[in-house]
Design a protein. Sequence first.
Length: 475
Amino acid sequence: MKTRNCQVLVIGGGPGGYPAAIRAGQLGLDVIIVDKDGLGGTCLNRGCIPSKAVIHAASKFEHMGEHASGEALGITLAEAPKLDMGKLTSWKDGIVTKLTSGVGQLLKTAGAEHISGWAKFSDAKTCVVDTGTEEIEITAEHVILATGSVEVELPFMPFSGPVIGSTEALDQTELPNKLVVVGAGYIGLELGIAMRKLGSDVTFIEAAPAILPIYDKEITRPITMWLKKHKVAVNLSCKAKGVVEDGGKTFLEYEDAKGGTQRIEADKILVAVGRKACLDGWGVETMGLDMVDGRFIKVDDQCRTGMRNVWAIGDVIGEPLLAHKATAQGEMVAELIAGHRRSFDPVSIAAVCFTEPEIVGVGLTPDEAKAKGEEIVTGKFPLAASGRYLSMEAGLDGGFVRVTARKDDHVILGIHAVGTHVSELSGEFALAIEMGARLEDIAGTIHVHPTLTEGFAESVLTALGHPIHIPAPKK
Ligand SMILES: Cc1cc2nc3c(=O)[nH]c(=O)nc-3n(C[C@H](O)[C@H](O)[C@H](O)COP(=O)(O)OP(=O)(O)OC[C@H]3O[C@@H](n4cnc5c(N)ncnc54)[C@H](O)[C@@H]3O)c2cc1C
């Protein structure tokens, strides 16, 4: 067996692992990164990017349909658009290939070596990588675990035949006529809404009494309205029970809110009930690490595990399971190894649902702030009052920007928005919270006209009691 030594060994080439390896290389460390599935991890191969490509294509298809069936914007299409799902998927695959090969190039430029294969540890600093053609034993001074997460399957209806997960949902060559989505969290909703726009008949089965339960009803209302308008049935407080074949047709059987058994016909059943840390099959049990309830690797505020010089980042250490969190931790750990002083202490990590319309959340909602004993002021600006939104065929979906600030010093505690395109505001929102901005800081920043960002400035003016583009709130 070949043997290798390095200063830094990164396991997993997702948005946690590859930035860690690039940054370590930039800092002059001798680094090897191992990944079996192709660089980019879940994010580039079967998560963030492919889902956003399909969502974009679905919106385009829906808009073209609107032009064909009426005179949206005075532009009429002579024929209804036609969908070739196989070609759509190939177009999405092209984006994935471009980005994943770009990651390979970036690693090379930074001086990080990529070994393609599955790593299995025999102790905390030693693993054997099976590349398919050979086995390489690697020993490292520092190990960064970035093994990510995998989809959760329902034990009584594992992925097979008509039952698919998000990975397969993004790789379809034929659009299902009838799609049942189990789970109305962000992944289920993003994919279910895209499939509806492409023409599937979509039904949700959700065990909780609300969609996207981490957001308040005010925020999720525009999505509920969209689903209703587009005849998407959402069955809340309902539990999937299993798949039944009957008369050559497939049905999902579920328990309804009253405890009765119901069934619904489906060509495909997308199970989107969550993700769990990737902890199986790579010898984590040999490494002597502390765990959180056996579900995630336990780390401190510098992503150090219980074992000296073994670090863990990204989805494998738990919530929030987000690519940008993984990246921030990866860069930080590389810098810590190089001797920099760093810690992972964000005020808040912005989260976006690329639903229709989109949701952005940073920091505390008004209810969360009150629960923490804060006295607050809020300001809400409806996007229907924004010229930029209207000029982009947006704003009429019930969307708004809402700011929550502490009453006495006006420090902003949370910013939430719902509306088409609001994902692009997440950067300004996160910056405001991270810099400890007060309402007056945002009001004093001249926002470009006409842009989507004006909605944020107006929500702040509303909280201060003197908006320009909506009537001032009564005192
Ligand atoms: C459909 C979908 C949409 C999403 N959309 C978004 C979004 O819009 N925004 C967002 O922030 N997040 C999104 N996510 C979540 C995001 O993809 C993850 O949070 C992110 O990829 C986590 O990064 P990571 O580096 O921790 O792990 P991963 O990206 O999961 O990468 C881990 C890698 O390690 C490899 N690996 C594991 N064990 C070994 C081993 N022993 N040897 C070799 N290789 C190994 C895996 O094969 C994988 O390639 C989405 C996820 C899904 C499924």
